[in-house]
Design a protein around this ligand. Structure first.
Ligand code: HEM
Length: 187
């Protein structure tokens, strides 16, 4: 792990190099209407169903890898929480164009994106509560454990990053953001 000014280089690179993708994703139609206090329960469920379509195949890729106990990997599977929020008998559509998540650095980059999304989830939960919209199981996520779960993930990620695999981790995080954005924007 290489460190400058207290933050591991991999985390600095991920944060700065994926920020434009984060900011673009944050501006999606659902979040804009939620921030404006105009989201509906239907729009919330539509957005959750989209997230499910991405998370489910992502979690299947995680299952191809064996994680040590420090990763709390069972808890980091969250797609099933969406099924508590979106009542449906029909199977939800899955994203057909996932990033390639076969190598360990590729998985780490995607995990950065989807674990990081739990931070935004806390903001969304508060906005939904203010708007009187239920369907908050998924966004509540790790609840008061969100900060500690994120910190532990960042620590493990930094331990796994090396000068040799750093570029692949960052490229996978960028691609994951882009593929997720494309899937969410697809009607
Ligand atoms: C599915 C969409 C989203 C994904 C994949 C995502 C991903 C991420 C990631 C990877 C981080 C970690 C950045 C870092 O510190 O290295 C993050 C942080 C954060 N996100 Fe998002 N995010 C999403 C949507 C949102 C939305 C809609 C909001 C606002 C409502 C939001 C607000 C935040 C906040 C407040 C942080 C913490 C920033 C900080 O502590 O400096 N995110 N998100």
């Amino acid at each position: 792990m290489s460190i400058t000014s207290g933050t591991p280089v991999i985390l600095q690179r991920l944060r700065s190099e994926t920020r434009p993708y984060h900011d673009a994703l944050e501006q999606n139609e659902f979040n804009q209407s939620l921030s404006a206090g105009q989201a509906s329960a239907g729009a919330t469920q539509w957005f959750l169903a989209k997230l499910y379509g991405f998370l489910k195949p992502y979690e299947a890729r995680l299952d191809n890898h064996s994680f040590g106990p420090a990763w709390d990997i069972e808890q980091r599977h969250r797609a099933h929480l969406i099924l508590a929020d979106v009542p449906t008998n029909a199977p939800l559509p899955l994203c057909p164009d996932m990033p390639p998540l076969t190598t360990w650095p590729q998985l780490l980059g995607a995990m950065y994106v989807l674990e990081g999304s739990t931070l935004g989830g806390q903001v969304i939960t508060r906005q939904l509560a203010q708007a009187g919209i239920g369907s908050r199981t998924y966004f509540t996520g790790y609840a008061e454990q969100t900060g500690p779960m994120w910190k532990r993930f960042c620590q493990l990620l930094a331990e796994e990053a090396t000068p040799a695999n750093q570029a692949e981790i960052v490229a996978s995080a960028s691609l994951t953001f882009q593929k997720l954005h494309a899937w969410i924007n697809q009607p």
